[in-house]
Design a protein around this ligand. Structure first.
Ligand code: PGA
Length: 247
């Protein structure tokens, strides 16, 4: 399966940063033969600008969240159709920072994934255990609960991405061991069979959590690792490109 390397810019940068990062990636991508697909997920105010800056490149654009309904009285929220309208093809949903900062539940994430699918976006549904859950040997139970609760049943496999991001590995410089990653990704694949059926092997399962140029190759070469969701290192065009070249 062709890997997906996704950059989650989170709440970072201003206009000039977005413009120059997108410009640097577009310049890098011109004529390059990467073995993976590339995606960047800028903050909402810069989506249209980044879409314009990346026009004509094969780098896709995604949102970092969307609302679960079409449109209406939801101050501060963004509809999936709006993301699609400004050039997005993906949306990150249920990121652990959304789950912890905004108390998002599995049911809400699932409703958002349904809205994203209806709008023609590919949802990247994030799951991952906290350090406390990990230490209590709860990792697989937490992953099972989140996967079953956050992913709509019967989704088209090729239009679904799942990201395994251990919460304790995000932004900390710590990564899960390849053995842990293999174990959790295999379990996600097994759970997906129950949710999307036969096509489960077509769902891309990304690893996220302190992916950097120096650990990307090892992580990306593990079984059932179909790409990476990259936070900090995606803000540096050279580092993000080096990760993409490792895929
Ligand atoms: P990180 O973030 O690469 O900075 O750990 C990953 C993420 O939260 O998506």
């Amino acid at each position: 399966m062709r890997a997906l390397i996704a950059g989650n810019w989170k709440m970072n940068g201003l206009t000039e940063d977005a413009r120059s990062l997108a410009g640097a990636l577009k310049a890098r991508a011109e004529g390059a033969q990467l073995a993976c697909d590339l995606l960047v997920c800028p903050p909402f105010p810069y989506l249209a600008l980044v879409a314009q800056a990346l026009a004509g490149s094969r780098i896709a654009i995604g949102g970092q969240d969307c609302h679960s309904t079409g449109n209406g009285a939801h101050t501060g929220d963004t509809a999936a159709a709006m993301l699609r309208d400004v050039g997005c093809s993906y949306v990150i949903l249920g990121h652990s920072e959304r789950r912890s900062n905004h108390q998002e539940t599995d049911a809400q994430v699932r409703a958002k994934a349904e809205a994203a699918m209806t709008a023609g976006l590919v949802p990247i549904v994030c799951v991952g255990e906290t350090e406390k859950e990990r230490n209590a040997d709860q990792t697989l139970a937490v992953i099972a609960r989140q996967v079953k609760g956050s992913i709509p049943v019967g989704m088209e496999a090729a239009r679904l991405v799942v990201a395994y991001e251990p919460v304790w590995a995000i932004g900390t410089g710590r990564t899960a061991t390849p053995a842990d990653v293999v174990k959790v990704h295999a379990e996600i694949r097994r759970l997906l069979v129950g949710l999307v059926g036969e096509g489960a092997e077509k769902v891309r399962i990304l690893y996220g959590g302190s992916v950097k140029p120096d650990n990307a190759r090892e992580l990306l070469s593990q079984a059932n690792v179909d790409g990476a969701l990259v936070g900090g290192a995606s803000l540096d065009a050279e580092a993000f490109w080096a990760i993409a070249e490792s895929a």
